[in-house]
Design a protein around this ligand. Structure first.
Ligand code: H79
Length: 481
């Protein structure tokens, strides 16, 4: 009996020792993951300071190049010898209802032998553009880089066989141009995405969601985005095609987190989520949506905004190259858009659609050069500026900007001025100089409360600055009234 008790005691003692040992082991086990704990940052709950810091270069830079380039440059708006209906050349696969296998034949012809990344980067630089966003993959699903996730790309599928994003990101880095990537959520080529609707990929009346879409998102989109960010180190990811019913608000929030976690400083447009309100592009106010800036498409906001926004726009009527689209906006109109956007606190992302050979169309280059010439003289009124507190404009033809954090104001007159210019909302500092950018001598001026600021232009300037001067910039140190 006693022996049994001792045995029992022994058993319970050893059990106790084991228990203590086990608990200790658990304790140290608990510590381990604490040490190795990965900090999970909620990028959707960013402080204003951190957001402002991340957005700083983008807000200062103002002017970027959008590039729509891909397989659609091969048909260039024409299918079976017929001009395809619809403005957007990059939509030809949808608009002409081209089956996937048929469209792939155009990919097999994509051989842009004249593509010169350095030349493109130089064109951006000469135009005064500070950043670029290029279609890594548009709705047709074709990639402009050597993707390991897919063979449907320029290296594996097309005769060209060279990595376009690699060449362009390098050239841009060398020229000091910030590199950004457009990536379409829509994918007409992928069996788990919208190819389910082929050849009517985006039938507005009857958009069918692919039940496999979440798999495409996890196993295709995300790995491709990871590749793009790791290999080309972009500063911007510019999503598009978020409106399809396959894609949800929850997926958008998660996608934003995912991309930021790969590169915390990256800037992401609002098409990462479902917030966009039509072509006007700013977010709806019904809930909190992910995305760092609004994206008006082919429009400019009607008035200034305290939110970040970027107006993207074509120079003719198409994004992707179309042989027969000759409806070019004038250089003057494009420049006036840049000025208007800047005064309203936005950015301007101006598009080019290079040819299948790899050339930026000559009419685009011409316009970019003209804008660039103006910017060389007037750069201070655009880059690193902020919008005014009260009025971003006076009438139709005058816009105001202001040097960030300093009392230097710019009045940009978008027509040939009269001999006197009267400004109602600026009061110059006493005895300060008012100048016209590009003209060496200070101008005569007077100010009184009732009349406002009167600037007098020398007749010599009025005569020699021909009508080809698209906009006249007056620099004024003072205060807003
Ligand atoms: O890449 C260029 C175009 O191919 C692409 N965006 C630019 C930058 C583009 N895709 N679709 N569209 C432009 C037009 C789509 C318009 C609509 Fe809608 C989509 C109309 C209805 C759904 C978006 C969501 C606008 C209104 C609601």
């Amino acid at each position: 009996m006693a022996g049994k008790i001792i045995n029992l005691k022994l058993i319970s003692l050893s059990f106790l020792i084991l228990l203590v040992l086990f608990m200790n082991a658990c304790k140290s086990d608990k510590k381990k993951p604490e040490k190795a704990k990965i900090e999970i940052v909620n990028y959707l709950e960013e402080s204003k300071e951190s957001f402002d810091q991340r957005m700083e270069w983008w807000r200062d830079d103002r002017f970027g190049m959008f590039i729509h380039w891909g397989v659609y440059a091969v048909p260039a708006g024409i299918y079976n010898n017929k001009e395809v209906k619809g403005d957007n050349g990059e939509w030809i696969m949808n608009n002409a209802q081209i089956p996937v296998k048929e469209y792939e034949k155009f990919a097999k012809q994509f051989d842009p032998v004249k593509f010169d990344a350095n030349e493109w980067a130089k064109t951006m630089k000469d135009a005064g553009m500070k950043y670029v966003v290029i279609t890594s993959k548009h709705h047709d699903g074709f990639g402009l880089w050597d993707s390991k996730v897919s063979d449907y790309d320029v290296v594996d599928f097309a005769p060209y066989g060279k990595d376009i994003l690699k060449a362009l990101s390098k050239a841009c880095k060398e020229q000091g141009i910030k590199f950004g990537l457009y990536y379409s959520i829509i994918d007409w080529h992928h069996p788990e995405a919208q190819s389910i609707n082929a050849p009517n990929y985006n039938d507005w009346e009857d958009l069918k969601a692919n039940p496999k879409f979440p798999s495409y998102l996890e196993n295709y989109m995300k790995p491709q985005l990871k590749e793009l960010i790791k290999n080309y180190d972009p500063e911007i990811i510019w999503f598009d095609g978020e409106w399809i019913p396959d894609f949800t608000h929850e997926q958008g929030l998660e996608l934003y987190q995912y991309v930021r976690s790969l590169k915390p400083s990256i800037i992401i447009n609002n098409r990462v989520d479902k917030g966009r309100s039509g072509m006007q592009g700013m977010n709806k106010g019904d809930k909190k949506y992910a995305g760092d800036f609004g994206t008006p498409e082919q429009e400019i906001l009607k008035t200034s905004s305290t939110l970040d926004w970027e107006s993207c726009m074509t120079m003719n009527d198409t994004w992707g190259y179309k042989k027969n689209d000759h409806n070019w906006k004038s250089a003057q109109d494009l420049l006036h858009n840049l000025i208007d956007v800047t005064a309203k606190g936005g950015n301007y992302l101006l598009n080019v659609g290079p040819t299948a050979e790899g050339l930026i169309p000559a009419p685009s280059v011409e316009r970019l050069n003209q804008i660039g010439q103006w910017l060389k003289i007037n750069s201070k009124a655009i880059y690193g500026t902020e919008k005014l507190q009260n009025n971003y404009k006076q009438g139709d033809k005058i816009r105001f900007t202001k040097e960030k954090g300093s009392p230097i104001y710019f009045a940009i007159v978008m027509e040939k001025p009269d001999r006197t210019i009267i400004l109602k909302n600026l009061k110059p500092k006493k005895d300060s100089k008012i100048t016209l950018l590009g003209y060496e001598n200070p101008l005569e001026w007077s100010f009184d409360k009732k009349e406002g600021l009167i600037i007098i232009l020398p007749s010599k300037v009025l005569q020699t600055w021909s009508k080809d001067t698209y906009a006249w910039t007056f620099k004024i140190t003072g205060d807003e009234i």
